[in-house]
Design a protein around this ligand. Structure first.
Ligand code: HEM
Ligand code: MG
Length: 333
C-alpha cells in the first residue's frame, strides 16, 4: 500500500545543505537525470537515490530537506508527476527517461515514462531545455542557457530574478509559437511554465541572501550555471530561509499574460481552456483526473486501481482546490 506522504519537517529554517553527508558526485553509468534541475541536483548530492529512481515520499523529503520547498507544493508536484509518469504499483518514479528499474509496466495506454516523458508533466518552452519537437526535451541546452544569461544581464542587472523570469517566460513562449508547429501550453503546462520560472528565485538563491533586501531573490549567474548545468549546489550552499515554492508566479504571469492553448502549425496559437489553467485550478484538477489520468488508465483493476485511488486521494488532500468537489473516476476503494 502506498504510504501516506511525509508532512513538513520539524526544522524549517535555513542551513548548510552542501554538507559532508551529501557530497556531489559525477554521474555513473546508468544514473538517470532529466529536465528538472532541482531534482537532478538532489540526486547528484545523494538527497535522492543517485541512480535517479525514487519513491514519492523520498522526493518530498528530499525537496524539503535540500531546498526547504514547502510541503504543499512538494506534495502536489510530486503526486502529479507520479500519477502520470511513475509506476503506482511499485511506487517508483524516474526523474528522467523511462527505465525498467521502476518495475513491470501496467497495461497500455499507461506510459510510466519518467518525468522526461513529453506531454505529461514535461512540456514546451522550458528555459534551458529544448522543445521535444526539436529532438531533446531534457538535456541542458547551452544556447538556451546563454539566452537566460543575456536576459539576466539585460533585465536583472546580471542576476536572474522575477523581472527576468517574466521576460524570459514570454520570450520562450514566443519562440515556440514561431517555430514549433506542435507547441502546447494547455492545462498543467500553463501552470508549470510560470511556476518553474520562480523556483530559481525562491529555491536556488542562498538562504543567507534573504535577510538582505538587496540580495533577496537575486540569483547569481554562477549559481544558476551550477544548478542548471552541473547539477550541483554552489559550494557551501544554504537552503531557503523559509519554506518556499512558487511565490511571485503572479508577477511573472502579469508581465505577459497568455491564455492556455496550442499551435495548429507555426504561428497559429489557438486558445484551449479545456484542461484548466493558472486562473482555473478546479478546471485543472478535474481535467487532470477525468481526462489525463483516465486516459492513461481507462479501466484499472486490482492493486492498480486501488493504488490509483490512493494516489489521487493524496493529490486531492494536498491540492484542496477551492470550491472544487473531488472526482472519483474509478469509484471509491
Ligand atoms: C522543471 C518535476 C521540484 C526546479 C521541471 C520539469 C519537471 C519537473 C517534470 C520539466 C518541465 C519542463 O520544463 O518541461 C519536478 C518534480 C518536483 C520538482 C516532480 C518535485 C517536487 C523542483 C524543485 C526545484 C525545481 C525543488 C528547485 C529547487 C525546476 C526548474 C525547472 C523545473 C527551475 C525549469 C527548467 C527549465 O525551464 O529549463 N521540474 N520538479 N523543481 N524544475 Fe522541477
Ligand atoms: Mg520542457
Amino acid at each position: 500500500v502506498p504510504p501516506r506522504p511525509p508532512g513538513p519537517p520539524r526544522f524549517t529554517g535555513t542551513k548548510l545543505v552542501d554538507d559532508c553527508e551529501h557530497p556531489w558526485r559525477p554521474l555513473r553509468n546508468g544514473d538517470i537525470r532529466g529536465p528538472c534541475p532541482g531534482l537532478n541536483t538532489l540526486a547528484s548530492h545523494g538527497y535522492l537515490p543517485r541512480d535517479g529512481v525514487a519513491t514519492p515520499s523520498q522526493i518530498i523529503e528530499a525537496v524539503q530537506e535540500g531546498y526547504n520547498m514547502n510541503n504543499q507544493i512538494a506534495t502536489v508536484t510530486t503526486f502529479i508527476a507520479h500519477l502520470m509518469d511513475g509506476n503506482v504499483v511499485t511506487d517508483l518514479l524516474s526523474i528522467g527517461e523511462k527505465t525498467r528499474r521502476t518495475g513491470p509496466d501496467p497495461p497500455s495506454p499507461a506510459i510510466v515514462g519518467g518525468i522526461s516523458n513529453h506531454g505529461t508533466f514535461e512540456g514546451d518552452a522550458s528555459m534551458t531545455r529544448g522543445d521535444a519537437f526539436f529532438g531533446d526535451n531534457h538535456s541542458f541546452n547551452q544556447t538556451l542557457f546563454d539566452q537566460l544569461v543575456d536576459f539576466s544581464n539585460r533585465f536583472g542587472g546580471g542576476f536572474y530574478n522575477l523581472t527576468v523570469a517574466g521576460e524570459l517566460r514570454h520570450q520562450r513562449i514566443q519562440q515556440s509559437i514561431a517555430t514549433n508547429p506542435t507547441f502546447s501550453l494547455v492545462g498543467l503546462r500553463h501552470i508549470t511554465a510560470f511556476g518553474e520560472t520562480t523556483f530559481p528565485v525562491n529555491l536556488f538563491t542562498d538562504g543567507r541572501q534573504a535577510s538582505n533586501p538587496t540580495t533577496r531573490g537575486q540569483l547569481t549567474l554562477s549559481a544558476a550555471r551550477s544548478f542548471f548545468k552541473d547539477m550541483r549546489f554552489p559550494t557551501g550552499f544554504f537552503r531557503a530561509a523559509v519554506p518556499s515554492g512558487n511565490e511571485g508566479i503572479e508577477v511573472v504571469f502579469a508581465a505577459h499574460p497568455i491564455e492556455p492553448g496550442r499551435n495548429h502549425g507555426v504561428n497559429n496559437y489557438v486558445v484551449d481552456t479545456s484542461l484548466g489553467s493558472l486562473s482555473d485550478p478546479c478546471g485543472f484538477y478535474t481535467g487532470f483526473v477525468n481526462t489525463t489520468i483516465k486516459g492513461l488508465y481507462p479501466n484499472p483493476t486490482g492493486v492498480l486501481r486501488r493504488n490509483l485511488n490512493i494516489n489521487l486521494q493524496f493529490l486531492y488532500d494536498a491540492l484542496s482546490p477551492p470550491d472544487c468537489p473531488q472526482v472519483f473516476p474509478y469509484g471509491r476503494n
